[in-house]
Design a protein around this ligand. Sequence first.
Ligand code: MN3
Length: 238
Amino acid sequence: MRLRFLQQPLLACLLTLVVLLGQAPAARAAFTLPPLPYPADALEPVIDGITMTIHHDRHHSAYVSNLNGQIKANPALAGLSLDALQSRIAGFPEAVRNNGGGHWNHSQFWAVMAPQGQGGAPSSELVAAIDSAFGSMEAMQAQFNQAAAARFGSGWAWLIRRPSGELAITSTANQDNPLMDLPGIERGTPLLGLDVWEHAYYLNYQNRRPDYIKAWWSLVNWNEVNRRYLQAAPPSPA
Ligand code: MN3
């Protein structure tokens, strides 16, 4: 008797519509694949266009769709930005760690590269911080290259800014990154991260990972690294 109005087709339809509209935001895909900030072949000859296309359109795309596929089982994901997710990754299952890390890592990777000659130069502030931490730009690059070459299997090499403000080199396995709240990870804000998974270089370089690492420096988008360095500044004392 009380629900008699539901038997009226028009009211029932309206009610259904309201319920569906109410659910729509939660059902919307929370994470999206950013477009490459340059044409896929713009990084040639260092990274070929086919590698870039497969890497972005298939590998990165799969991380995004797999991460979205985890939202239903992990509703807390829907309320988190990609950045915020990284520092809470320990609270989620392995599939979120791998795909959430993969999405963050690749989004930064495209951004910290630019076509040769278009990446600008390290700012005076960044150069001073690099000199202070490593002695010179060359010494920093040598330490970074060593971390990238020595990473066994798949992973990433990173230049990070520690919470204290100083710079450091580290590396992570698989799709982990220095923002993650996981044991064994040296934490800090990534300024520059290099993908050393074979899918990033194998067509051109096969097993010659050190050649890929060395050539990659000519693609670094220092304008973006400078910006990330400033953004990662520790809060200044009052
Ligand atoms: Mn990759």
